[in-house]
Design a protein around this ligand. Structure first.
Ligand code: GDP
Ligand code: MG
Length: 434
């Protein structure tokens, strides 16, 4: 069972729970501990995390309209993000990067991926093969470089890594980003240390990045500390996230070691390198594949509808703002997932998913209302008004009533959001700034 599955299983124990009591939270934490421990997260970290969730959950007054399950998911999301470390945004600028790490960790593959990453972002890039121990290291990197469309330098059957590094630097001097691949060993021995130091002196890398495979789990933390002490590193790249159930253990351990996590690799293909985001990683674990994409979509929707997030909290809901909001939400597509994540999964689906056609109908109906009616929905209870609006807009009375009922739902939703400081806080932390 992978970590995400285990975590979702823990969350499932809360389905239907109306209150958070000791029994419910203990059961949840038991499953959560199982999931995290089997992903090789350090025992101490696991117990700290579940203790924090327990304390916070049991001392909370559930805000109106929020289920116990959703409330705990919020806490869990926050704590997991803290456990998995920071987000990294790479600076797209000229640089020399030396990759180092143990044998089989994914250095050579990552060298090509990383060079391609920068080249795709406008920095011409190349790779240098300084691995003089592994047979066919030269051919491996040459092939990958060709696939990636990046420059390559190496000396076939060369024995002097420092010499290759120097010549590579000269040969690729017109390239903005140069990535140096190096030899691995089964352990960090004196010979490897000497070789790495020699290359570093020759090329003066802006960055020394340690490459670690996720499948070693929490040992990744020790490895990061060791390389940091012995050779000095600036960053850590964790590979094979796709094939390892221990990625959670590896990422949390590296983060705890104090090393800077910069990229993750998750496949053999060259486009499977991502800048590291604990938020994205945790969102995936919780079954939210592309949270950042969703947030972008919401922001874009708000911009298009000309909604200023900071005004939303104070926005009075009337039929005009209602229309704007519906438009925003329909533009945001899977907004429901975000609301769910924030503890609002009980929002009726039809309140946030409107078809284009329905929106058009709404617009016509709203434009047939008087200004007073648009600002005061209670007027619509008066006899004859619905009939008049239906006639005026060429729609049926049922259409008008449907609209009024959607409006009532939205009003309820907005009120519960206003009364829920946690959700507003969560909106803020996601960059939505409500
Ligand atoms: N599934 C998967 N395989 C990877 C990833 N990165 C590297 N590999 C594979 O792991 C093996 C070792 O990689 P390599 O780059 O040669 O490691 P090196 O010895 O450190 O240079 C190769 O078969 C790669 O294709 C990854 O992110 N995901
Ligand atoms: Mg290699």
């Amino acid at each position: 069972m992978d970590l995400g599955e285990g975590i979702r299983k823990a969350v499932a124990t809360l389905t239907g729970a109306t209150i958070i009591d000791t029994k419910a939270i203990k059961e949840f934490n038991k499953e959560l501990q199982k999931a995290l421990l089997s992903a090789d997260v350090e025992v101490k970290l696991v117990f700290e995390l579940t203790k924090k969730i327990e304390t916070a959950a049991l001392s909370a007054n559930l805000p109106a309209g929020v289920t116990a399950r959703d409330y705990v998911i919020n806490l869990l999301y926050e704590e997991l993000v803290k456990l998995m470390g920071n987000d990294y945004s790479p600076e797209i600028s000229p640089k020399r990067i030396l990759l180092l790490g143990l044998y089989g960790s994914g250095k050579t593959t990552t060298a090509a991926k990383l060079a391609k990453f920068y080249q795709d972002r406008g920095m011409s890039a190349g790779v240098v093969c300084c691995d003089v121990t592994r047979p066919a290291a030269y051919e491996q990197l040459e092939t990958l470089a060709k696939q990636a469309g990046i420059a390559f330098f190496g000396i076939k059957n060369g024995h002097d890594a420092v010499k290759i590094a120097k010549e590579g630097l000269a040969a690729l001097k017109d390239r903005k980003v140069i990535v140096f691949d190096s030899s691995g060993r089964s352990g960090l021995d004196a010979e490897l240390m000497k070789e790495l130091k020699g290359i570093a002196e020759a090329v003066k890398p802006d960055e020394k990045a340690l490459v670690i495979s996720a499948d070693i789990g929490q040992v990744a933390g020790k490895q990061a500390s060791e390389f940091s002490k012995e050779v000095g590193i600036n960053s850590v790249i964790v590979t094979k996230l796709d094939g390892s159930g221990k990625a959670g253990g590896a990422l949390s351990a590296v983060s705890k070691s104090g090393a800077k996590l910069t990229f993750t690799g998750s496949g053999e293909k060259l486009n499977t390198l991502d800048s590291y985001s604990s938020k994205r990683f945790v969102a995936r674990l919780l079954g939210m594949p592309d949270l950042e994409g969703l947030i972008d979509a919401v922001n874009k929707g708000m911009q298009e509808a000309n909604v200023k997030p900071e005004n939303m909290q104070n926005m009075e809901l009337n039929f005009d703002t209602f229309y704007t909001q519906l438009k925003t939400m329909s533009g945001a597509g899977p907004l429901k997932n975000i609301l769910g994540m924030m503890g609002m999964s009980n929002v009726p689906k039809e309140a946030i998913e409107q078809s284009e056609e329905k929106l058009k109908n709404y617009k016509v109906i709203i434009s047939s209302m008087t200004k007073q009616e648009r600002n005061n929905d209670s007027l619509l209870k008066q006899k004859g008004r619905i009939e008049r609006i239906a006639k005026g807009s060429g729609r049926t009375e049922k259409d008008v009533k449907d609209l009024i009922s959607e409006f009532a739902k939205m009003k309820k939703l907005m009120n519960s959001m206003k009364n829920n400081r946690d959700i507003l806080k969560r909106f803020k932390s996601m960059g939505l700034g409500v």
